[in-house]
Design a protein around this ligand. Structure first.
Ligand code: CUA
Length: 312
């Protein structure tokens, strides 16, 4: 399994065109940097002031040189301009079809909601895609401006209030590809991480089928008490679980919380212990997020975690 969040290791034609443009521009700039540094260093040494030497002859311009250092940079920029236009066409196909997107991703302070309109699956922070074909994504926001960016898979796209922007991503090979919000959106902007899990179409379909499955009925004493707490306390105001709609869609859907790899959009590894710490006081880990302190007793917390851990 490849893993990466790296612009230098693109995994799709879309991202590759951006990476190639970056590489070519970097090489051109490196050559210019070396050339200028060598010439400046040479001149500093060769033409330095020496004691007793008369001042050098004063020169008032050099037409050939001036034409040369105007025309050469101009040609270099024209070259980069055409490369850029080509990369833009590949990474961002102009004709975004007016069709239902594969995924709708909505930015929240500070996490990602992902909806799959074709199947009805709703998840958060870890989105699955099938490999080998372009995935049409509509990006929007529930609050401020965020920016969706998974560098190995495609371009970056701002998420703007009151509208949806369309973009493509794709992955050539299975793997986990990391991304991050790339528009400053508040205190915990840096902890607004996203993982894209690319898998073969068969595995992807199996994942969708699993996501569509309803939550198991709590069976043990602890999980039953936990489920009861979940609905009695404020949890259910913000978090939906399949069959238990939330009052408002403020927090991540928790139907399959236990199968996710991280909590708080990447801030903690998803273990039962961390889940308990997060519920007890998520503000410790992600100050300014919208989840209040729950003030649960230890016994209540244990029951709630036991229940949430059944949501595979
Ligand atoms: Cu969301 Cu920065």
């Amino acid at each position: 399994m490849a893993a990466g969040g790296n612009l230098l290791f693109p995994n799709s034609p879309l991202a590759r065109s951006i990476a190639n443009l970056f590489d070519v521009t970097l090489v051109i700039c490196a050559i210019i940097f070396v050339l200028v540094t060598v010439l400046v260093t040479y001149c500093i040494i060769r033409f330095r002031a020496r004691p007793g030497e008369p001042p050098p002859a004063q020169v008032g311009g050099h037409k050939a040189l001036e034409i040369l250092w105007t025309v050469v940079p101009f040609l270099i920029l024209v070259f980069i301009f055409f490369l850029t236009v080509a990369a833009m066409r590949t990474s961002d196909p102009r004709r975004i079809p007016k069709q239902q997107p594969d995924i709708v991703v909505i930015g929240h302070q500070f996490w990602w909601e992902a909806r799959y309109p074709k199947s009805g699956v709703v998840t958060a922070n870890e989105i699955h895609i099938p490999t080998g074909r372009p995935i049409l994504i509509h990006v929007g926001t529930a609050d401020v401006i965020h920016s969706f960016w998974v560098p190995a898979l495609g371009r970056k796209m701002d998420m703007i209030p009151d509208r949806f922007n369309a973009m493509w991503i794709s992955a050539d090979t299975p793997g986990t590809y990391l991304g991050a919000c790339s528009e400053y959106c508040g205190a915990e902007h840096a902890w607004m991480r996203i993982s894209v899990i690319a898998e073969s179409p068969d595995e992807f379909n199996a994942w969708i089928a699993h996501q569509l499955g309803t939550a198991p009925e709590p069976s043990s004493g602890a999980t039953m008490r936990g489920a009861e707490l979940f609905q009695r306390m404020t949890c259910v105001n913000c978090h939906a679980i399949a069959g238990i709609p939330a009052a408002q869609s403020v927090g991540p859907n928790l139907t399959h919380i236990a199968s996710r790899r991280t909590l708080g959009a990447g801030v903690l590894t998803n273990t039962p212990e961390n889940l308990g710490l997060w519920i007890r006081n998520s503000q410790l880990f992600k100050p300014g997020n919208l989840m209040p302190r729950m003030n649960l007793t230890d016994a209540q917390l244990t029951d709630l975690v036991a229940y949430l851990e059944t949501l595979q």
